[in-house]
Design a protein around this ligand. Structure first.
Ligand code: SF4
Ligand code: SF4
Ligand code: SF4
Length: 315
């Protein structure tokens, strides 16, 4: 039997639930794998798990927010033959990556001001955060499985890959980004009739009476589909909500926020550019609230903007 471990870093629990929801398919894996660690599913102490000198597959969920998480992730990864980074926090930093806008001490103080861990019989303290990072910032994984949480396409591909690895002992190519290598727009049930999208302006979702069959961007509502890798079955879009980009960029290493800004810039009022002029376009763009949260909700930690800021302030 091969040894499989699932290690949580800083997680919300969504990735855990998504993986556990594989249900019977997960049971199929047990024909080949023994789960040697997965706190949600298997009753095994961390100290016992750490006595193992090697494991075959490590699935790491979540980002890294404390020194303890970083140490554990490095230590366990060094013993794993195949390392899987699961979920957008692990791969791209995810939503907690927005922490990167602040210093760790500011994050700590904001949390500490809202929670009280003291009790009569305990001297518990909040863990001290370090500068938040993605798992991929501290370890080079073999498989990248994005999504918040990973969707059906990614989980099916991961499952097939683990079975294939168990049967052949091989994993090719070495670094594998799961999901389909195309934008979410390509097979979108609301795919616009023309390849050129025209945005009538910028609208917030509650400002529009949405046409369920029409592309969100064509109704003025920001949708990250053009810059997002196809990792799901258009789950949000089918629920009448625009894609917020949890699948990350179409290709590894690309800045999805910049790609999406560029899609919006080239679609915004293209039919009226000459009449609204630059000032009219600027007025529309000013309507975008929380630019970072919209364009970099899951990927700020990996963005060029973040890297440039680090260079500029010399952190
Ligand atoms: S990727 Fe999303 S679901 Fe997974 S741990 Fe992060 S926030 Fe939670
Ligand atoms: S922008 Fe969104 S709604 Fe429009 S085609 Fe792309 S994914 Fe679909
Ligand atoms: S539609 Fe977009 S935000 Fe929603 S699950 Fe798919 S990739 Fe993620």
């Amino acid at each position: 039997m091969l040894k499989l471990a699932v290690l949580p870093g800083a997680i919300c629990g969504g990735c855990d639930v998504a993986l556990a929801s594989l249900g019977e398919r997960l049971a199929d894996l047990l024909r080949y794998y023994e789960i040697v660690y997965w706190p949600t599913v298997v009753d095994r102490k961390l100290t016992d798990f750490l006595k193992l000198s090697s494991i075959d597959v490590l699935v790491h969920m979540g980002g890294i927010s404390t020194e303890e998480e970083a140490k554990l992730a490095r230590e366990v990864s060094s013993r794993a033959r195949v390392k899987v980074s699961l979920g957008s926090c692990s791969v791209y930093g995810g939503i907690p990556g927005l922490n990167s806008l602040y210093k760790p001490i500011e994050v700590y103080e904001a949390i500490a001001s809202q929670v009280d861990v003291r009790s009569k019989n305990s001297d518990l303290e909040l863990p001290r955060p370090i500068e938040y990072s993605a798992y991929t910032d501290i370890v080079e994984p073999d498989v990248l499985a994005p999504g918040c949480p990973p969707g059906s396409i990614v989980l099916d591909q991961l499952f097939d890959l683990l079975l294939k690895y168990a049967e052949t002992g091989r994993l090719e190519p070495r670094i594998l980004l799961l999901g389909d290598p195309e934008s979410l727009c390509n097979k979108c049930p609301r795919n616009p009739k023309t390849t050129k999208i025209t945005m009538p302006g910028i609208r917030r979702i509650f400002e529009v009476k949405l046409d369920d069959n029409k592309c969100f961007l064509e109704q003025g509502v920001l949708c990250m589909g053009p810059a997002t890798r196809a990792i799901c079955d258009h789950s949000c879009i089918k629920a009448n909500y625009p894609c917020t980009g949890c699948g990350g960029p179409i290709e590894w290493g690309v800045d999805s926020g910049l790609s999406h800004m560029s899609s919006v810039a080239s679609a915004l009022m293209v039919d009226r550019e000459k009449s609204v002029l630059e000032a009219g376009l600027a007025r529309e763009l000013d309507k975008i609230r929380d630019v970072t949260g919209i364009f970099y909700r899951y990927t700020l930690r990996k963005s060029l903007t973040y890297k440039l800021r680090k260079l500029r302030v010399g952190e």
